[in-house]
Design a protein around this ligand. Structure first.
Ligand SMILES: C[C@@]1(CC(=O)O)C2=NC(=C\c3[nH]c(c(CCC(=O)O)c3CC(=O)O)Cc3[nH]c(c(CC(=O)O)c3CCC(=O)O)/C=C3\N/C(=C\2)[C@@H](CCC(=O)O)[C@]3(C)CC(=O)O)/[C@H]1CCC(=O)O
Ligand SMILES: NC(=O)c1ccc[n+]([C@@H]2O[C@H](COP(=O)([O-])OP(=O)(O)OC[C@H]3O[C@@H](n4cnc5c(N)ncnc54)[C@H](O)[C@@H]3O)[C@@H](O)[C@H]2O)c1
Length: 238
């Protein structure tokens, strides 16, 4: 008989980027896995509360510096009230499952450290290049593969992508402010992204960029304006 896990419908996982800034996120368990998840939450400005009778050294440090709020009791379902997201990250599988069930009945998103399919979301392997975020999931089939893919992509998408995206973002705002002809703008952007700009950035041939962009037909910006946007993008990146 086929393995039911492998035949699970993994299309149920819809990729989304959540803004967790100032949102209450609850972490049940104060160990290593809970720490890994919480580090990421803090990087994104979430309000982290941890429910655990004992904390590891990292958690104790965060609690003593006021970076997280420590609820030093056992887990109780009412703790979920008002939370945007809960991480069931204890080493007690039965407890993690109870948290997942309670979260589901209250409409709170839940990530499960054990038995991930009981939860409602997965944490992807990810990295950032300024405004560019790359996130990878294997629908929980193999976190080690998610890591491998992330490492490969990290090598492929180098630091030059940061200034490149700032530049394209600025050009886009400038073009939209100047012209409402969205078909013409679209065509121009499609042609601009065909230029080997990333290659020029890697080779530090920066001067060629505004010249080449200004020569792309159908544009509404002149070379001095494009150069200004390039300079501003450069400053925003370093
Ligand atoms: C991506 C990453 C993000 C992060 O956690 O930050 C992440 N796991 C990472 C690493 C990793 N985790 C584990 C190994 C050991 C090798 C292996 O098992 O493959 C490695 C590899 C390593 O560390 O090298 C063990 C493990 N993980 C889970 C279980 C439970 C289970 O599957 O039942 C067990 C077994 C525990 C045990 O055996 O007791 C479950 C989950 N881990 C997920 C995410 C979610 C699915 C992601 C996806 O869709 O692929 C999911 C389902 C739920 C969740 O946690 O959201 C991060 C890579 C960060 C990076 O380097 O980029
Ligand atoms: N998702 C992942 O990426 C991943 C990776 C490795 C392991 N795991 C799973 O995560 C679990 C936790 O791993 P860990 O390395 O963080 O373990 P850990 O021992 O470092 O931490 C476990 C935490 O759970 C708490 N805990 C245990 N029983 C509890 C209970 N009944 N009530 C409240 N808190 C309780 C402990 O106090 C501790 O803080 C593992 O059992 C494994 O199933 C998941």
């Amino acid at each position: 008989m086929a393995d039911p896990f492998l035949h699970e419908d993994f299309t149920t996982y819809c990729p989304l980027f959540l803004s967790l800034k100032d949102r209450r996120c609850l972490v049940i368990g104060g160990g290593t896995v809970a720490e890994r998840k919480a580090r990421r939450l803090l990087e994104h400005g979430a309000c982290v509360e941890v429910v655990a009778q004992r904390l590891n050294a990292w958690w104790r440090e965060q609690a003593s510096r006021g970076k997280v709020h420590w609820i030093a009791t056992g887990y109780e379902p009412h703790q979920l009230e008002g939370a945007a997201l809960v991480f069931a990250a204890t080493s007690d599988r039965a407890l993690n499952r109870r948290v997942a069930e309670d979260a589901r009945s209250r409409g709170v998103w839940c990530n499960m450290a054990s038995d991930p399919r009981w939860g409602s979301c997965l944490v992807p392997a990810s990295f950032r290049r300024g405004p560019l975020t790359v996130a990878v999931s294997t629908a929980g089939l193999s976190p080690a593969v998610a890591r491998l893919v992330r490492e490969r992509l990290e090598r492929e998408f180098g630091p030059e992508w940061e200034v490149y995206l700032h530049f394209l973002g600025r050009l886009r705002r400038a073009v939209q402010a100047r012209s409402a002809d969205s078909e013409r703008n679209q065509e121009w952007f499609r042609a601009v992204v065909q230029l080997p700009i990333l290659e020029w950035i890697r080779q530090e041939r920066f001067r060629e960029i505004p010249v080449a962009v200004s020569r792309v037909g159908g544009g509404v910006l002149g070379e001095p304006e494009i150069e200004r946007e390039w300079e501003a993008a450069w400053k925003a990146s370093f």
